[in-house]
Design a protein around this ligand. Structure first.
Ligand code: FAD
Length: 321
């Protein structure tokens, strides 16, 4: 028994980024002594993605062909359980995603594995994993140990780890020889429904102005909307402003909002909680304005000003357009 088995995730014919993030986490654990890394890919057409995964530096990619075109929790659970029995890994690494939640806790319970969801970092210490999770809305970080479990399943939060790059010599890819019974599926895929993008699709904009709880009054939102228009930016917000109903959900950036990659991201009065960073850290240039020099947003910002956001907004509004 050894090694890490990553369960890759696809959706609508695409390999999801969190799969490569989980591979990166597994490779890091392997360097710390966790053993070889195997990636399991369960999909209607696994060959379409196997080569990408095989080029990340993993030891092997094993595929299982699903009889369904789309994810089905019971089929995936039965495939992962069969792979676990065959490969006997010390650790299964799954995405903490809607799909992952459909199968991973069930497999952990069925096989008696140690289990942690929404994990943001992993280490390999004394022959077993240590997982870090946010607690109290991520104000604290809890370290989870599994002293009584020889094998563990961990669900990794999307965006918590930089994805693995695809520049290694290709690893072997093999069919695991597991035949999935279509009759085991207990749900039916009816279709995908796109979320409403609202008047602006913030995932396509080049310049985003994001306001956070530093804007303390709903009445001020309008002036930032005007400022955004003046600057040629789309206005976005952190979650508390959306929860308060100040802006629509289509404008929320972050883990439970939109992932954005604009050329410029100007954040005013946003602290930079990990759930917010998950949605914007890949922006081309990040500029942060915050009165608190310790605000985590400065950890990802390319340019930062420890300043009052209203002073900065006034100065920007005074610029000739
Ligand atoms: C499961 C889960 C999912 C979540 N998903 C998301 C998500 O998708 N997106 C998201 O944003 N959050 C999300 N959150 C919430 C997240 O944890 C934070 O609570 C939130 O991002 C904080 O928003 P904020 O930065 O606007 O507010 P705060 O954390 O309150 O920060 C306000 C900042 O404004 C600064 N400030 C105050 N006054 C001024 C001023 N006059 N000038 C300049 N700076 C000033 C303060 O120093 C502070 O840093 C999620 C939380 C959980 C648990």
């Amino acid at each position: 028994m050894s090694g890490v088995m990553v369960v890759a995730e696809t959706r609508r014919g695409e390999l999801r980024e969190v799969s490569l993030e989980a591979v990166a986490a597994a490779l890091s654990l392997s360097r710390q002594g966790a053993g070889p890394v195997t990636v399991a890919l369960i999909d209607a057409a696994p060959q379409a993605h196997a080569a990408r995964l095989a080029a990340t530096g993993v030891d092997e990619v094993v595929t299982v062909t699903s009889p369904r075109d789309h994810f089905e929790a019971h089929l995936t659970a039965s495939a992962v359980a069969a792979l676990f029995d065959a490969l006997d890994p010390s650790l299964i690494l799954a995405p903490h995603s809607v799909d992952g939640m459909g199968w991973a806790p069930a497999v952990a319970a069925e096989r008696g594995l140690g289990f942690a969801s929404d994990v943001i970092a992993l280490e390999w210490v004394d022959g077993r994993p240590l997982a870090r999770r946010g607690a109290y809305g991520d104000r604290l970080v809890a370290t989870v140990d599994f002293p009584a479990r020889e094998r563990v399943l961990v669900m990794l939060r999307p965006g918590a780890v930089e994805p693995a790059t695809e520049d290694a010599a290709p690893a072997p890819v093999r069919d695991a020889g597991i035949a999935l019974d279509a009759a085991a599926a207990a749900t039916e895929h009816l279709g995908f429904r796109e979320p409403e993008t609202g008047d602006v699709d913030i995932t396509k904009a080049d310049f985003l102005l994001c306001i956070g709880r530093g804007v303390e009054d709903e009445d001020d939102v309008e002036r930032f909307q005007e400022l955004a228009e003046r600057l040629g930016a789309a206005l976005t917000a952190s979650r508390p402003l959306v929860d308060a109903g100040w802006l629509p959900a289509s404008r929320q950036v972050g883990q439970s909002g939109k992932t954005v990659t604009p050329k410029v991201y100007l954040a005013l009065g946003v602290s930079g909680a990990i759930q917010h960073l998950a949605g914007m850290r890949k922006a081309g240039t990040i500029i942060a304005v915050n009165t608190d020099p310790q605000a985590p947003i400065f950890g990802v910002a390319h340019y930062g000003a420890v300043a009052d956001l209203f002073d900065v907004a006034d100065a920007l509004a005074g610029q000739p357009s």
